[in-house]
Write a protein that binds this ligand. Structure first.
Ligand SMILES: [Ca+2]
Ligand SMILES: [Ca+2]
Ligand SMILES: [Ca+2]
Ligand SMILES: [Ca+2]
Length: 403
């Protein structure tokens, strides 16, 4: 895009010819298992040109009427740059650091839904397609980089054929847990991103129960919205800040709370048996917990790179908050005692890169922590007298689709 000189263009053109020639060198496969930067199953055309800046390896993605369409993360990582204001060059743009020197760039965005330092998962919505900065029409300018330099793009473990139209394979499973069946123990659940997303509930000795709610860009939540002792499905749209909660076989109810970079959560904040929702802002670490009457209460916990978790760590009937740091695989769990004093405890569990899940695995009335390893699609449950107790055992169960 910037700093294109005639000499550089000639070099880049030469590299392109070298790549398409008969003696093409083997392309290095990235460590990150990238998927297309669009919701599951959407078809987009990715092109480049010899003068494409900063590199012929960058991709301009287009489809009909694409202004405002969702842009999602190609792989998990930490947002190293979220520029929601620039009117030059890349315009409004996001860079995601995937580790191992690898990063991806999403530019000319109309809206940016993430903040610098925020951890995002594969498929998390980063913003929308726009035409900001040095752009002549709506499209997504996209780059895969190694040590800051553009490299050939790969999707789904295959090098991209520049100029091709193909469907996004960004259709990952996310781990959840909740008391879906009403028997006091939490069931393992995965949310499978799809045009109409699926919740799959594990049932011992039987096929998983499957239910549909939400879209590929929605984020899932589980909670007992009607207070009958069984968890219900919910999803939250980052574009609209809209919770959609299933309350009957076909009925749903909606409410608006949060927007953009916020992270949805659910819990029974007042302990009356009916669950409420909330959002956490990664920018500030502030949680906004919504009461049944629409009033909100704010608590503060965690930083931008943490992921929120909720559970009744002390078994007093009200849901507490916590965060998981995937870099160190450490939970920080907060509770408030009968005198109103706030306590936090750290619990190390799982491995770096795992995603957190919480549930009462052993039906003792306190919520336990756990993790899901995306590479193997394995849940590991930490079982203990309380989530913060030192003595614990671990039970591991494969469920969901490995990435
Ligand atoms: Ca229920
Ligand atoms: Ca409640
Ligand atoms: Ca509690
Ligand atoms: Ca328990």
């Amino acid at each position: 895009m910037r700093r294109t000189t005639a000499g550089a263009s000639l070099v880049l053109l030469g590299m392109l010819v070298g790549v398409v020639g008969a003696a093409a060198p083997a392309l290095a496969q990235p460590v990150s298992d990238y998927e297309m930067p669009f919701p599951c199953a959407q078809e987009w055309t990715g092109t480049t040109r010899s003068s494409h800046s900063p590199s012929v390896r960058a991709i301009d993605w287009n489809r009909v009427d694409d202004l405002g369409d969702p842009v999602v993360a190609s792989a998990p990582g930490v947002v190293s740059k979220a520029d929601a204001a620039s009117t030059r060059g890349y315009g409004r743009h996001v860079v995601v650091d995937h580790g191992a020197g690898e990063s991806t760039v999403y530019s000319h965005l109309q809206d940016v839904f993430v903040v610098t330092g925020q951890r995002v998962d594969q498929g998390t919505q980063l913003g929308t397609v726009g035409s900001t900065g040095n752009s002549t029409g709506p499209h997504l300018h996209y780059e895969q980089r190694q040590d800051g330099q553009d490299v050939e793009a790969w999707f789904g473990g295959v090098p991209f054929t520049y100029g091709a139209t193909q469907a996004s394979g960004n259709c990952v499973d996310l781990p959840l847990a909740g008391n879906m069946l009403g028997d006091r123990t939490a069931e393992l659940v995965v949310y499978r991103r799809a045009p109409r997303s699926l919740f799959l509930v594990q049932r011992p000795g039987r096929e998983p129960k499957t239910m549909r709610l939400g879209t590929a860009t929605d984020e899932p939540v589980l909670g007992d919205w009607d207070g009958n002792g069984k968890a219900n499905l919910g999803v939250w749209s980052p574009a609209e800040g809209l919770f959609t909660m299933r309350v009957g076989k076909r009925a749903t109810t909606t409410l608006t709370l949060g927007v953009g970079s916020d992270q949805p959560v659910a819990g029974d904040w007042d302990g009356d048996g009916v669950w409420e929702v909330g959002v956490r802002s990664p920018a500030t670490g502030a949680w906004t917990l919504r009461g049944a009457d629409g009033s909100v209460r704010t608590v503060s916990l965690g930083d931008a790179a943490d992921l929120p978790v909720t559970g009744d760590w002390d078994g007093d009937g009200t849901t507490d908050v916590g965060v998981f740091d995937p870099t160190t695989a450490t939970f920080t769990l907060r509770r408030v005692d009968a005198e109103g004093l706030t306590w936090t405890a750290e619990v190390q569990f799982g491995s770096p890169g795992d995603l957190p899940v919480t549930g009462d695995w052993d039906a003792n009335g306190t919520t336990d922590v756990g993790v899901w390893d995306p590479a193997t699609a394995t849940f590991s449950e930490r079982r203990a007298a309380a989530a913060t107790a030192a003595r614990s055992t671990t039970a591991s169960t494969p469920f969901g689709r490995p990435r």
